[in-house]
Design a protein around this ligand. Sequence first.
Ligand code: ACO
Length: 401
Amino acid sequence: AIDIDKLRSATGAITIDPGYKNSGSCKSEITFLDGEEGILRYRGYSIEELADKADFLEVSFLLIFGELPNKTQLEKFETDIRKYTLVNEEMKTILEGFPKTAHPMGVLSALTSALTAFNPKPVNVDNENELYDAVCKTMGKFLVIATWTYRRRMGLPLNYYDNTKGYVENFMRLMFEIPTEPYKMDKRIVDALDKLFILHADHEQNCSTSTVRIVGSSHAGLFASISAGVSALWGPLHGGANQAVLEMLQEIHDNGGDVEKFVLKAKDKEDPFRLMGFGHRVYKNFDPRATIIKKAADDVLDALGVDDPLLEIAKKLEKVALEDEYFKSRNLYPNVDFYSGIIYRAMGIPVEMFTVLFAIGRLPGWIAQWKEMRSNKEPIGRPRQVYMGHTLRPFKEVKDR
Ligand code: ACO
């Protein structure tokens, strides 16, 4: 008989760390995060300052290329992204193959992957110009196809990028402009959305980013890696939480607004329900993004004159949970997703598009991390395991089983 313990020890020392709670997968110069102190910085700049003073494309450039762009670099970046916003006509046929009821995140992941068919040449990461083009191409096409997932769902004709408008303005236009009337751009909405994209732009080795890095580590292309990131982000424990939060708030509202009942439910270990938008793998203190977003929610709803009962429920829920021993002892605070959905809703964004907005915001982070991983010539990601199954056993014919 085989000695399983001997066999296991023969594989050498392996660290078991489910969920990689304590394992670093890489060295990175992109994002600094201190979960105990609630600090988040992109390339050394505080998230608070960037959200206040920079715009999304500036921050994207910073994350991807390491420095804030000067005026010429920024204008060139915008122009070069614009050049790549045309999407191959055959992509439309693929889009039309999806039922209108398909979740936009599933469609976005599939369309991003489909872009590999139209861009088959692998990017030479050692060639700066090629890499720069690949970055601009991804930023341009991803935005357009992300909005197409919505247009398909609504049965609306597809819109094309307007070269006279900015990136975030184009998002709103691409989503909402209908052929019969010009779209009225609301600067307050564009500014708030820009800020939300900045807050979502990177968050070091979270689930979707680690996915992008690990898929890319096999030298799969940028579109294929980003497509995998979209799939990872979709889950309700990650980016999908922003949709889940709003659905939860709505449910609380429809049940008479009894937040205490839902807090009790979240504490019940027999019940799988969790307070969506609460808790974080790394933050054991306030998520600094949540603090900015909470204030933005108040400002945006005020400015737009929206009185949303769900905002009141969210505030009450936060207060009750923060005073509760269960949440206190586990350091469970509101995360980035807790208030973002309320802002999106006030902007007229449908709930099933919330996670797509997260993906648009996170795109520069994914690209930056993919680029860093390839530039550092990191090895293929390949974790080990400790085998716990059967030792060798003889095969039995079907008739004998
Ligand atoms: N509601 C109730 N209890 C919770 C919650 C919650 N939202 N989050 C964590 N807990 C409890 C767990 O049950 C566990 O309790 P125990 O010690 O008694 O077993 C303890 O807090 C620790 O939780 P873990 O699941 O071990 O923490 P982990 O780091 O693995 O998970 C996660 C983090 C996934 C974010 C979790 O807090 C969660 O599910 N939150 C709700 C979903 C959510 O908002 N996700 C968005 C995260 S932010 C982002 O991805 C952009």
